[in-house]
Unconditional design. Structure first.
Length: 231
C-alpha cells in the first residue's frame, strides 16, 4: 500500500471498507431485532455502535489523502474509534447481570447500594460498569482529540507526530482498561468454579462445570467477544 504525505499516509481500500460497512450494518439490524424481541433496552448501545461503525466505514471510502477534507476525516475517525467503547460498555453492563445470575444472595434483600458486595466479584458489581465506562470515556476523548489534531495538522509534522502518539496512548489506555476487566471476569469465573466444586448442592441445572445454560452463555459470550476486543 503506497504511503502519502499528510495526516493519513495511505489510500483507504474502497472495497474493504464497503464490506466492513455492510457487515456492521447487518449486525446493527440483528442487534435491533433481538433487543426489540426481548425488550432489553439496556443493550441499545450494541445497534448504535454497529450503525455508527457502518457509517464510519462508508465515509472512509470517500477519503482522498491527496485532497483531504478535514470535516469528513474527523467524522469518520470519531465514528470508527468511538464504537469500540460502546461494545465494551455492553460487556461492562453484562457483568452485573452475570453476578445477579450466579449469586442468589446479591440483591436478595432489595438493596440498591452501589457498594453492595458479592462473594464472586473482587469489587462491588454495581460500580464495575460505571468505573470502566468512565475509563473508556476518558480514553475516547483522548482519541478524539488526537484525531482532530491529525485532521488539522496539514503540513505541520510536529503536530501530526503528537497526534499519532496521543492516539496510541488512548488506544493503549483503553486496551489496558479492558485487560483489567478481563482479569476481574476471570477471578469471578475461578471463584464460581471453586465454590461449586466444593459444595455441589442447590444447583437447579446440571450442565457444563455445573453451570446452568444462561451462565454458560454469558461467560462464553464475554470471553468470546474479549478475544476480538483485546486483539
Amino acid at each position: 500500500m503506497p504511503e502519502h504525505e499528510g495526516p493519513i499516509k495511505y489510500q483507504p481500500n474502497v472495497a474493504v471498507n464497503i464490506v466492513f460497512g455492510l457487515v456492521y450494518a447487518v449486525l446493527g439490524f440483528i442487534f435491533s431485532w433481538r433487543i426489540y424481541r426481548h425488550t432489553n433496552k439496556w443493550a441499545i448501545c450494541l445497534p448504535v455502535a454497529a450503525f455508527a461503525s457502518s457509517i464510519g466505514f462508508f465515509c472512509r471510502t470517500a477519503i482522498d489523502p491527496k485532497d483531504l477534507k478535514v470535516p469528513l476525516f474527523v467524522v469518520q475517525n470519531i465514528l470508527i474509534i468511538a464504537t469500540p467503547s460502546a461494545f465494551l460498555a455492553f460487556n461492562y453492563m453484562l457483568y452485573g447481570r452475570l453476578i445477579t445470575a450466579i449469586d442468589p444472595k446479591f440483591g436478595a434483600n432489595d438493596s440498591q447500594s452501589r457498594m453492595e458486595k458479592s462473594r464472586y466479584s473482587l469489587i462491588p458489581p454495581r460500580i464495575v460498569g460505571r468505573a470502566f465506562i468512565w475509563s473508556d470515556i476518558t480514553t475516547f476523548l483522548i482519541q478524539v482529540t488526537a484525531g482532530s489534531m491529525l485532521g488539522n495538522a496539514g503540513d505541520n509534522q510536529s503536530l501530526s507526530n503528537i497526534g499519532d502518539k496521543l492516539f496510541l496512548a488512548g488506544v493503549c489506555g483503553q486496551g489496558a482498561s479492558y485487560c483489567l476487566f478481563t482479569v476481574l471476569l476471570s477471578i469471578t469465573f475461578v471463584r464460581v468454579v471453586v465454590e461449586r466444586r466444593k459444595t455441589r448442592i442447590d444447583l437447579p441445572v446440571k450442565g457444563w462445570m455445573e453451570f446452568d445454560r444462561s451462565t454458560v452463555t454469558i461467560f462464553g459470550g464475554l470471553y468470546f467477544s474479549s478475544l476480538f476486543i483485546i486483539k
